[in-house]
Design a binder for this molecule. Structure first.
Ligand SMILES: C[S@@+](CC[C@H](N)C(=O)[O-])C[C@H]1O[C@@H](n2cnc3c(N)ncnc32)[C@H](O)[C@@H]1O
Length: 293
């Protein structure tokens, strides 16, 4: 068994798999959104990290999506990464943009610890830091204002999206840039099986209520943003992303199996495959949203 994720050397054993399986079953219950996200990332941080071979990029679009999202942010500048995962995007962007400093914010405490470890190992602690907190109630004061904010594949988890829009506007300097890459819901007639599947699969994965593009535009506008623009990136971020995710699952299957019961690995593979087979008739898209504070 070969793995390029030495920092996550799996602890094989039925107890680990049983524990993961129980947590995964818990996710089928209609729990409060914040509990779901917490349980979800206790389980799936390992899953994603094995899948992306330790790069710490927990999004379907990987490096190209991170770069596209940050493209409109000012350089030099101080950026905020909302829902920063284990720090992969912030560390990648800090390496590629030596004139920026980045603060990563995340509600999942153990991911914040992992992000700090990666940051220290990459020697970027001078320019990148990670803090624990909620996107809808950010732990920043007036003196902390940012030149740019990005949020990659995270806002679909937020139970309070209007609160996130208000907080994003509050922590940005006037005229600063906002950029978000996320899955959105599309209100159109789709086969009932896709609508039903979307609810069950996404509910299980901690995504409880996606917004449509008009809803995002309304909330961002109400929060004070202007020049709100959206770009559909489904072909790369969703279609290519799901294809890549499934090839990674197949490649990493021997490592995944030491930590997760087979049914969890199969359910995720099968779920991705189900979406891919009829991707043009899914009630969701992947968009980039940019705006000015
Ligand atoms: C799919 S991961 C994406 C992580 C990262 N942006 C990346 O691309 O690698 C979603 C992240 O959002 C975080 N998150 C979920 N709800 C949050 C909230 N209310 N406030 C801050 N972070 C949150 C999760 O802990 C997780 O790290």
């Amino acid at each position: 068994m070969t793995s390029s994720t030495p920092e996550y050397t799996p602890r094989p054993g039925w107890r680990t798999r049983f524990g993961m399986g129980c947590r995964c079953l818990l996710l089928f219950l209609p729990l409060p959104a914040r509990w779901k996200v917490r349980i979800y990332y206790t389980v799936f941080t390992h899953f994603f990290n094995i899948m992306c071979e330790g790069k710490g990029l927990f999004n379907y679009g990987q490096e190209p999506l991170c770069r596209d999202t940050a493209e409109t942010l000012p350089r030099p500048g101080k950026w905020l990464d909302v829902g920063c995962g284990v720090g992969g995007p912030a560390l990648l962007l800090a390496k590629e943009n030596p004139d920026v400093t980045i603060v990563g914010l995340n509600i999942t405490l153990h991911q914040v610890h992992l992000a700090r470890e990666r940051c220290g190992a990459d020697g970027l602690s001078e320019r990148v830091e990670f803090v624990h907190g909620d996107a809808s109630g950010m732990p920043f004061e007036k003196g902390d204002l940012f030149d740019g904010l990005y949020a990659i594949e995270t806002a679909f988890h937020f139970p309070d999206k209007p609160g996130f829009a208000r907080e994003a506007h509050r922590v940005l300097k006037p005229g600063a840039r906002f950029a978000m890459a996320d899955m959105i819901r599309e209100d159109r007639d789709v086969p009932w099986v896709h609508r039903w599947f979307g609810r069950v699969f996404h509910g299980w994965l901690g995504v409880l209520r996606m917004y449509t593009v008009p809803q995002w535009k309304r909330e961002l506008g109400a929060a004070g943003f202007s020049e709100i623009e959206t770009k559909d990136v489904s072909a790369t971020a969703l279609r290519d992303g799901l294809t890549l995710a499934n090839s990674q699952i197949l490649k990493q299957d021997p490592v995944l199996r030491t930590r997760f019961p087979r049914w969890v690995i199969r359910a995720i593979y099968w779920g991705n495959d189900f979406i891919l087979r009829d991707i043009d008739r899914q009630p969701m898209r992947y968009v980039l949203v940019t705006a000015k504070a």
